[in-house]
Design a protein around this ligand. Structure first.
Ligand code: IVH
Length: 725
């Protein structure tokens, strides 16, 4: 079977390719602290490799990245062997995958043994391993390759959240709890002694009554809080330095500094979640479990009580579904956390059971990460378009090769301004990192320098306005570049006003003031954005109550039905007014054909002279316009003349589908014309999509079907009432 043989060869090639790629990305991530693909993309590669290897276990070699506890140890640091492997986590991307995980491991759980789950945030930071001897911090390491870490003790000493001596009196109350662990726990000792509740006091007493192990090795995640990160980047930007792409990279960079004085100035936080090793008091070896709790939830409390910052949002559940629901509830609330979390971790609470479950590759069987949708991805920067803002500011935006970021396809992203482009050295054709978080407009984080081919083109700020040819200006002390022409057709507010005007798409309720408000709020960067505005976004704006928001959304929705000629007119192509637009729509019949027309074809059309034709071609050839039209099409606007003819009436029956059956007072054709002239559609057969069946005398099977499907049935009088509305 040559086919099978070829498939196997291809699969092997893919396997080799995947291993090489993963090794390369491991190196970028772990050694250079400069990853060039997103975590989600890395996970995809690794999952693909795991899949191939699980189908062909004989192909697994010891050097496969799946066989290693990821990471590499840099020669720059002394090596620290970990007392136990510093493991990673398997990922699940939805609740079902978590249920499958539990079904898989249930086989290994003794019958009847009750299972509880502890759910914690998965902090997007850097694993650190902290060694204590007789309660004194003696050494701190990175994860390294999972078996051997890098000695970063001097750096960790400067991190105020790392307790230098334990036990430290502290509690989860006070500012520490609110900030999720930002404040140095030692600073909180005072607050703690006042604020300790009776319950927490009792817990603390229990914990301290447990003899502190002589050797204690604690694992936590070091990170930079989102706000601190943004403030830091803003300062770096002000000082003209190179900003960090994300908090994780920044934290990793600081902790792996050779000069700890630099680390000491950085706002590094820590949350701990694991005891890697604890000797029994008097035991002769490190790693024997001492008097530490055997429940993950209790362990977090214990760690916190003896002085380690721990998460304040961990919860324990006695059913997996409840654990999943809790983990998922943080998906929409992730921005309320003071740090960047890329998911939630669901752990078997019973640590003895967790240990007994063992590991697969580098992941413990007893825990799984339920990942949040990704916020970052890399893609190609195809071109740069320009929007002219209300005040004439020229705002560059990226035209991207479509890329999926957390379930949403992104084709455009803001580039902020030309200074930003220069500072980040973003070039056309670059592979770029794009980010979409919360309600923020997607933006280009920066280029992937390592992926450059030499074909990239430097982006120059335009000397002339691309819409009106007016020389651009730069005002003193400002980064922005302006088109000084007040009547510039490219000005966003004008474009929007024109687009929504009566002769164009006629969007009721989107007047000058509202348009300005939407532009100001960043909801509209070009006219196509009108169609992606959400109810929630509107409700956040001043003066928008539910009724007003719904009304505006309804008229935006209705505007999608306007005929093709109105859409062509709305584009604001110089010299193309409503008469020319009508001729163009009638001639081409679709926006696609119109966009592809050349000057020769255009000038053949009655009423289209060489000036209009040239203007059209100039407009339709621009990539950002092609892109704009594609987005309008995707938003569901009428882009074909056929539908346009029906929709032209904008009548009472717009969007409704009718079937006519039985004998009526007039021929069915006539009734159909009436319905169509009111914007309705008439079809032959009854289906779930049918809105109304008009039934006359002796109606047969169509009427029966309508009754079965619950479709509204009208007699002639009812239809007439509907038509006269
Ligand atoms: S538990 C057996 N818990 O996520 C322990 N990891 O993608 C396995 N991480 O390497 C890890 N928050 O650096 C655990 N609450 C948390 C975590 C967490 C962040 C990191 C950790 C790990 C990575 C796996």
């Amino acid at each position: 079977m040559p086919d099978l043989k070829q498939r196997l060869t291809e699969l092997r090639e893919r396997l080799t390719e995947l291993r090489e790629q993963i090794n390369f990305h491991n190196y970028r991530y772990n050694v250079l602290d400069d990853p060039i693909i997103s975590d989600a993309e890395y996970d995809r590669l690794l999952n693909e490799l795991k899949q191939i290897e699980s189908e062909h276990p004989d192909w697994i070699t010891p050097d496969s990245p799946t066989q290693r506890v990821g990471g590499q140890v840099s020669e720059r640091f002394a090596k620290v062997p970990h007392p136990a492997p510093i493991l990673s986590l398997a990922n699940a991307f939805n609740g079902d995958a978590v249920r499958e995980w539990f079904a898989r491991i249930s086989k290994f759980i003794p019958e009847g043994r009750p299972v509880q789950f502890t759910v914690e945030p998965k902090i997007d930071g850097l694993s650190v391993v902290l060694h204590y001897r007789d309660g004194v911090f003696v050494q701190g390491a990175t994860r390294g390759d999972g078996n051997i870490g890098e000695d970063i003790t001097p750096n960790l000493r400067t991190v105020r959240a790392v307790p230098l001596k334990i036990p430290v009196a502290s509690s989860r109350s006070g500012s520490h709890a609110r900030s999720g662990g930002r404040k140095n726990v030692r600073e909180n000792a005072e607050i703690a002694s006042h604020a300790l509740s009776a319950e927490a006091g009792a817990r603390k007493a229990t914990a301290l009554a447990m003899t502190l192990p002589q050797t204690l090795v604690v694992r936590g995640e070091a990170f930079i809080e989102t706000q601190a990160f943004e403030e830091m980047n803003a300062q770096i930007e002000k000082d003209g330095g190179k900003t960090f792409a994300n908090p994780r990279n920044a934290a990793a960079g600081f902790l792996r500094q050779l000069d700890s004085r630099i680390t000491s100035k950085r706002p590094i936080s820590l949350l701990c979640y694991q005891i890697v090793a604890a000797d029994r008091v008097g035991a002769d070896r490190v790693g024997a479990d001492g008097d530490t709790p055997r429940s993950q939830f209790a362990l977090l409390e214990y760690l916190n009580t003896i002085g380690f910052p721990t998460t304040t949002i961990a919860k324990r559940f006695d059913a997996l579904d409840k654990a999943i629901a809790y983990a998922e509830s943080w998906k929409d609330k992730r921005d309320t956390l003071p740090f960047e979390a890329d998911g939630m971790v669901i752990k078997i609470d019973d640590l003895d059971l967790q240990q007994a479950l063992g590991i697969v590759g580098k992941d413990p069987r007893g825990a799984i990460a339920l990942k949040f949708p990704a916020r970052e991805a890399t893609t190609r920067l195809v071109d740069v378009g320009v929007n002219i803002g209300r005040t004439g500011i020229m705002a560059p935006y990226a035209i991207l090769e479509p890329v999926n970021v957390g379930g949403v396809t992104i084709e455009r992203a803001t580039l902020h301004n030309y200074d930003d482009i220069a500072r980040k050295d973003i070039r056309i054709h670059d592979r770029v990192v794009v980010k979409r978080s919360g309600d923020v407009i997607p933006y280009v984080v920066g280029p992937v320098i390592a992926a450059r081919t030499g074909q990239e083109k430097i982006i120059e700020p335009p000397k002339k306005c691309p819409y009106c040819d007016t020389p651009t200006i730069r005002r003193e002390g400002e980064v922005a570049i302006y088109c000084p022409n007040r009547d510039c057709p490219g000005r966003l507010d004008r474009a929007v006003q024109f687009f929504v005007s009566k002769g164009a798409l006629d969007i009721d309720g989107l007047g000058e003031k509202i348009a300005a408000q939407l532009i100001e709020a960043g909801l509209i960067e070009d006219v196509a954005d009108i169609y992606s505005i959400t109810r929630d976004q509107l409700l956040e704006l001043d003066g928008f109550a539910e009724k007003k928001a719904d009304k505006l959304l309804a008229s935006i929705g209705t505007s999608k039905q306007r005929p093709l000629d109105r859409l062509i007119a709305a584009l604001g192509i110089p010299h193309v007014g409503s008469v020319a637009a009508e001729a163009l729509a009638a001639h081409f019949g679709s926006i696609d054909k119109f966009m592809r027309a050349d000057e020769d074809e255009l000038t053949e059309i009655e009423g289209i002279g060489p000036t209009i034709a040239a203007s059209i071609v100039e407009w339709t050839q621009r990539k950002d316009h092609v892109e704009l039209v594609a987005r309008l099409k995707k938003a569901g606007l009428t882009t074909k003349a056929e539908r346009a003819a029906i929709d032209r009436s904008g009548g009472a029956l717009t969007g409704k589908t009718f079937v006519i059956t039985g004998t009526l007072s007039r021929p069915r054709d006539e009734i159909a014309t009436l319905i169509k002239s009111a914007g309705g559609k008439v079809t032959d057969s009854v289906s779930k999509k049918t809105d109304y069946v008009v039934a006359g005398e002796a109606a047969g099977s169509k009427l029966t079907k309508a009754q079965q499907l619950g479709v509204t049935i009208l007699d002639e009088a009812a239809l007439n009432r509907l038509l006269s509305k």
